[in-house]
Design a protein around this ligand. Structure first.
Ligand code: PLP
Length: 404
């Protein structure tokens, strides 16, 4: 049976829903007529919606958008206007927020491994909160003691998360007291603790366990007379629906809220959502360049693939809800391949599709996070152009009608 997401038009459509689908299809056709294919449609209204949904699910938590899943100026500007905070990791990300006129007080720098030049670059912008997880990184802040606040990044392994970030960064909770003591001896202020349980966490369990472990470390630091740990940064990992549905964000965050409520009163709470804000914000549109029947299945060769917008198939281990825009009818197992001459460039090798003609448009949903950010122009296939819609609040849609 075809997966549910393939049903563009439900069997008994609610009229308004059907009209929404038709209006969206019309908008996609217009944008492709204007800008060509492949295309990524970035909807700033989705950015606002996701930001507010997470804010509602995590009241009292400052949301620092982690820029790396979708480093786009319109996303930064949209979130800046909503009053969001930002999580920076590289000089390029510092440039993005600086160019957007983001007040540096709203930013933290969370890359656990930096060069001295990176630290100075962020400080020149005005960001003075940094992350460390080992003694050698701590020593880099000796020249800036008194000018910076640090967060100690802890590692809680989560082998069930799709991307286990605690494998690469973070100190074990056992090492925390020694690192906090070293910082105190050097006169470097450690303001709090942080962690990242891994991206697209399907259960909130790891967040909850990590928050509880942070609570113990805060107590222990106090008992040992170390400077108070006033910040708990719970990182990212908030999940979105791709092909499988995940828990609604409010459900997902309920146990996290309960765990946060046990932290000492006055603790400043921070999160670093990336995927949750970015993923629903982009829709990919590509065209069938050619087709071939091979071993009883249609192969469709698109003008975008795993070296382009669908790079998340490789780097993010992800599958996206994909369907044809216009073609309906009987579906059969098909292959969707990218345009390059490399055989790894296959987006889906068993997807139910109606028979498509050359030029047919293929739509990929939930394509905002870790997609164009990791795209290449391998084989001289240009990266998909990003067109921005709904950049300003209360505008129906910024699209210029074709007939205008
Ligand atoms: C990538 C990253 C994030 C964003 O994680 P998501 O799972 O996309 O929310 C947050 N913080 C840090 C330090 C990261 O490296």
């Amino acid at each position: 049976m075809a997966p549910e997401y393939l049903e563009i038009v439900p069997a008994t459509p609610v009229v308004s829903e059907r009209n929404d689908n038709l209006a969206e299809a019309e908008r996609i056709r217009r944008l492709v007529a204007l800008h060509g294919s492949p295309l990524l449609i970035l909807d700033c209204e989705a950015v606002r919606r996701q930001y507010h949904a997470l804010q509602a699910a995590l009241p009292g938590v400052d949301l620092h958008y982690a820029i790396k899943p979708l480093p786009h100026a319109s996303v930064i500007a949209t979130l800046r206007d909503e009053g969001a905070y930002f999580d920076l990791a590289t000089n390029g990300e510092v440039d993005m927020v600086a160019e957007a006129g983001v007040d540096p007080i709203r930013t933290i720098h969370t890359h656990p491994i930096k060069r001295d030049s990176d630290i100075r670059y962020a400080m020149e912008y005005g960001c003075n909160t940094f992350v460390f997880d080992n003694p050698d990184e701590l020593k880099k802040f000796i020249p800036y003691a008194g000018k910076v606040n640090l967060l100690l990044r802890l590692s809680f392994r989560s082998p069930d998360a799709k991307i286990d970030l605690s494998k690469k960064f973070g100190c074990s909770p056992d090492a925390a007291m020694s690192l906090l003591q070293q910082a105190a001896d050097l006169g470097i202020r450690v303001k709090g603790v942080s962690f990242h349980v891994g991206s697209q966490a399907l259960e909130p369990t790891k967040h909850v366990e990590a928050i509880n472990a942070c609570a113990l470390i805060i107590q222990q630091a106090r008992a040992e007379g170390l400077p108070a740990l006033e910040v708990v940064d719970i990182g990212g990992g908030f999940p979105v629906d791709y092909i499988d549905q995940v828990q609604p964000i409010d459900t997902f965050c309920a146990p996290i809220r309960a765990a946060l409520a046990t932290l000492p009163a006055g603790t400043r709470l921070v999160a670093e959502p990336g995927r949750f804000i970015a993923a629903p914000a982009m829709t990919a549109v590509s065209s069938v360049m050619g087709k071939a029947m091979r071993d009883g299945r249609w192969w469709y060769y698109l003008d975008d693939g795993v070296y382009g917008s669908y790079s998340g198939r490789i780097f993010d281990y992800n599958h996206y809800p994909i369907d044809s825009l216009d073609f309906f009818g009987e579906r059969s197992p098909s292959v969707l391949a990218g345009p390059t001459c490399d055989s790894v460039d296959v987006i889906e090798d068993d997807i139910m599709l109606p028979e498509l003609d050359c030029g047919a448009l293929i739509v990929g949903r939930m394509m905002g996070a870790y997609t164009s950010a990791t795209a290449t122009d391998f084989n001289f296939f240009k990266k998909a152009e990003i067109v921005v819609i709904n950049e300003h609040v209360a505008e129906e849609c910024d699209v210029v009608p074709l007939t205008a």
